[in-house]
Design a protein around this ligand. Sequence first.
Ligand code: SF4
Length: 305
Amino acid sequence: MHTKTTLVINWHLTEACNYSCQYCYAKWDAAPSPRELINDLEQTEALLLELYHFFQPGNLANPLWDQMRWTSVRLNLAGGEPLLHHRRLPHVIRKASRIGFEVSLITNASRLTEKMVAELAPDLVWLGISLDSANDETNRKIGRISGRGALLDVEALAGALDGARAKHPHMKVKINTVVNELNQAEDLSPLITRIVPQKWKILRMLPVVTGALAITDQAFNAFVTRHQRFAGIICAEDNQEMRDSYLMVDPNGRFFQNGQQGTSEGYIYSRPILEAGAAEAFAGISFDPDQFFARYPEQLGGDAK
Ligand code: SF4
């Protein structure tokens, strides 16, 4: 029996993104779809309540409770780019926090203004930022650039984070880096030293849909080894470790999982959670507690993501 960890639910609340990373695991649209659940705040709140009710610690009706124990539930808001919904997001985050979730957000930071960080920080336990390179040309080539040609201003971001963390020290910062053909030789030490994240998640791209910018095992390992001075905060994740280890909800409020690699089936979806109820919808997908615990080892307090 696995015990003492935070159960993490990833809600990909939009498929849209203003960046177009070559390795992106789906082909995102340029603008959010009006059908996304977050456009309806009543439905959004109903989904949050249903998820919390089903996954709250001690719910004997949850089949996972036979295999594992957890003491808190974290809702990780992801995309696409969740801050394309910047008008609704502060309300949704506050609501989720009031319901009982710990809340985290993962963003490409392109719309993370100082004002926005300050507004979100009181209700976030983790703010995750995807950063692959400190080099403008590399970011441009990867596709980490908006349709209007805007690149991330890392110094402005670091300043905004400094201010928010001074006021809300409970909010921890995590950097996500996808190691790919274009940044695999880079030394990100100055960037990490400036931002001082509590976690640095180094991922090898997941070739579900595309093999663009793929790298070898050696290149991935060399990137991790080059940054060993940050070993205390690094969480390195090879793509083999990623199947069935996420609890994921899509923008329309369905659970989903990565399909079988090497087949045409990219994703497998459940019925809509608000239509079927969380229990019946969850029964429609596979989830591997052993993989989950490999991802969130207890020595990291279950907060590795
Ligand atoms: S920022 Fe994230 S969601 Fe947007 S294109 Fe890049 S990988 Fe995809």
